[in-house]
Ligand binder design. Structure first.
Ligand SMILES: [Zn+2]
Length: 358
């Protein structure tokens, strides 16, 4: 469970039992205790009866009621329900309706799909703010002159191509931000770049898939940064041209294609030998977002693009704190790779992460 020593709310500091430590107004530490009212929070074990004590300052007569760390002020659902539900939707990439159904099946509580959506909005918002204010400024290793991958991930639904655009650091695979919309345009890239600006990052290099929504914008906003196309995407283009060459019979056509292949191969070799990170690919980004794509495919469960964006913020936050199971960063999370200390960060618990955190 949560390991907070104190509960801080509305400027008051309460101990573990929910008793105020000193008066907010006059700093007196003596209180009269009286019987307050009854609350009915919903936890994973169902609805509970909870008597609430009231306290009155002996000096200035200011009153305050008891607080509990497992449930927010004037909230009906306990934090463990929110935690289990949101973690469920992130881990399994399921619709809000299904998550609501499953919480109801496995536990003695049943938040509706609308409630789950409400939590998604609330916690997604919180995740983004926390990431910007509590995490990024405390990551010494978040290189100001680093390499950033930009990629857009498409999904198809009823003839439309909803997509999300994301930014990820080259070192540590830290997700810096994402944006969801009905189809990826330069506006989405601008929204993601706004997030980088907010974090005061000054990237030295961008790696994209070579899509034409990037070059103009990157040149305009980061005139000093290099812009490299993903090594793998370039290679794939070459192999496509080779296939075309096999099918073509006309000699002049063949010459034209061959010349194209040679130019591209030269270009690729220059990139490999002359540019740092020239061999970098966007493959990891694509692999990571494949399961999320399935979820955004059924975007109808969000009702709005805003809610989808909030959910994306939650997913990215979750990713940034999850621990790698293998590879060069095994046992570490992306934020830890970049120097952020997760110990003593109790607020992490309320966003449902990470499981092995105490
Ligand atoms: Zn007082």
């Amino acid at each position: 469970m949560c390991s907070t020593e104190y509960i801080i709310e509305d400027g008051w500091v309460f101990n573990r039992d929910g008793k105020p430590l000193e008066c907010k107004v006059c700093k007196c530490w003596e209180f009269y205790e009286y019987r307050g009212y009854e609350r009915h929070p919903i936890t994973l074990e169902g609805k509970k009866k909870l008597p609430v004590k009231g306290y009155q300052c002996k000096n200035c007569r200011k009153t305050v009621v008891q607080r509990f760390d497992f449930i927010g002020k004037s909230k009906q659902y306990a934090k463990d329900v929110q935690r289990v539900t949101l973690s469920g939707s992130i881990d399994d990439m399921n619709s809000t309706r299904h998550v609501s159904y499953r919480t109801c099946r496995d536990y003695d509580c049943h938040p509706s799909a609308a409630t789950v959506r409400y939590w998604t909005n609330q916690f997604g918002d919180m995740a983004e703010v926390i990431f910007r204010t509590e995490v990024v400024p405390y990551m010494p290793g978040l290189c100001k002159k680093g390499t950033i991958h930009l990629d857009e991930i498409y999904t198809k639904r009823r003839g439309k191509t909803p997509s999300f655009t994301v930014a990820m650091t080259h070192i540590g695979y830290l997700c810096l931000g994402g944006h969801f919309s009905d189809t990826a345009t330069a506006d989405d890239v601008a929204a993601v770049l706004d997030k980088l600006d907010w974090m005061l990052l000054d990237p030295a290099r961008f790696i994209t898939d070579g899509s034409d929504i990037y070059p103009a914008l990157l040149r305009e906003r980061y005139p000093h940064a290099e812009h490299i196309s993903c090594f793998f995407h370039k290679l794939r283009t070459i192999s496509r041209w080779e296939k075309k060459l096999e099918k073509t019979k006309n000699r002049f056509e063949r010459m034209k294609i061959l010349r194209g292949i040679i130019t591209r191969c030269k270009d690729l070799l220059h990139q490999i030998w002359d540019t740092p990170n020239g061999r970098a690919t966007n493959n990891r980004i694509e692999r990571f977002f494949k399961p999320i794509r399935r979820l955004f495919h059924q975007i109808v469960s969000f009702f709005s693009v805003d809610c989808a964006n909030n959910f994306l913020d939650l997913v990215l936050f979750h990713w940034n704190f999850h621990k790698f199971e293998r590879g060069q960063y095994k046992g570490k999370s992306p934020v830890e790779v970049l120097g952020f200390d997760t110990k003593g960060q109790d607020w992490l618990y309320f966003l449902g992460i990470p499981e092995d955190f105490d």
